[in-house]
Design a protein around this ligand. Sequence first.
Ligand SMILES: *Cc1c(COP(=O)(O)O)cnc(C)c1O
Length: 396
Amino acid sequence: MYGKFQKYLQDELKAIEDAGLYKHERNICSPQGAEITLEGGKKALNFCANNYLGLSDNPRLIAAAKKAMDERGYGMSSVRFICGAQDIHRQLEKAIAKYFHTDDTILYAACFDANGGVFEPLLTAEDAIISDALNHASIIDGVRLCKAVRYRYANADMADLEEKLKEAQAQRFRIIVTDGVFSMDGNVAPMDKICELAEKYDALVMVDESHSAGVVGPTGRGVAEEFNLYGRIDIHTGTLGKSFGGAVGGFTTGRQEIIDMLRQRSRPYLFSNSLPPMICGAGIELFKMLEESDELHTKQQENVKYFREKMLAAGFDCKPTQSAILAVMLYDAPLSQKFAARMAEEGIFVTGFYYPVVPKGQARIRVQISAAHEKGHLDKAIAAFIKVGKELGVLK
Ligand SMILES: *Cc1c(COP(=O)(O)O)cnc(C)c1O
């Protein structure tokens, strides 16, 4: 049997490769950070990790993870509701709720699971989900697993959202779902307008804070802080894999009854292993650190501002950003790939994106700026951008 199937897979893989879409992985041999070491010993500056607060190799988090492992063991060997819940799981859930000013939190193995398990337990075929067209794949998959009627509105387009809300009035309950920050442009969802429309058209609001948490808002507490919407967003989902330490883990935080219902019925929670104690120990320490000081968030914001201003002054076409993500527009797909490859040769890791990841004719380099970057790192990257930009005719 495998022979025919193997041939089919080989052909498909070749088609992916021929289309230039094959994803090759680079192996890092150092901790994640601003400077990384590759297999073979070559060093590079990393501008394509989600390590927004620079915590991936933070000594305090590493120590807290080790301590939790010493005291509570390596793994839980159980789902939460059978015998996999420790006091530190609840402590981390409470710490996340405090950070976001919500009632309670439920932990998942990943935000992919949080989004995959949020809709189906709460909504039925009588209800409606109204989703931004650029929402993350995990939201799209979560919506697919639920029988609610689906509506899609153009990215951050409030007139279109209003149309869809009108269309959805026949349904029992409606929920508007959006990413907090969209990962290709770095723009923040217009949450104030979304909440106004939700009130006007009697809808719940859910936001995925994966790229916004730790970054957006006066102290990085996400979109509710940015727009002063405390008490008006019903559900936040998020990841521990980006700003919050970069290891693994996801969560849904929000209204008490919603969290209670998810604990009863959310399938990725009920039928998947508990987070290991070290993740909880480090997570608790992380939220303590973020309570104590805003230093990392401030540095991250200053770094983005510095980088963007220097890039604009050099003549690059950068999208306005309100996050840690900066899109340097090149428009041409092959150019974006060539540019990223030349940057890598210069020792700078950035990512070139083109259709279908971004709209046709909107190819770009995406730069992700971290609190781990020092001025010297930023200056090196900017110098490489200018050198490659001139070489490839992007700059005059
Ligand atoms: C990264 C990301 C996720 C997935 O998070 P994991 O915890 O890695 O599964 C979900 N939603 C959005 C918007 C993301 O950016």
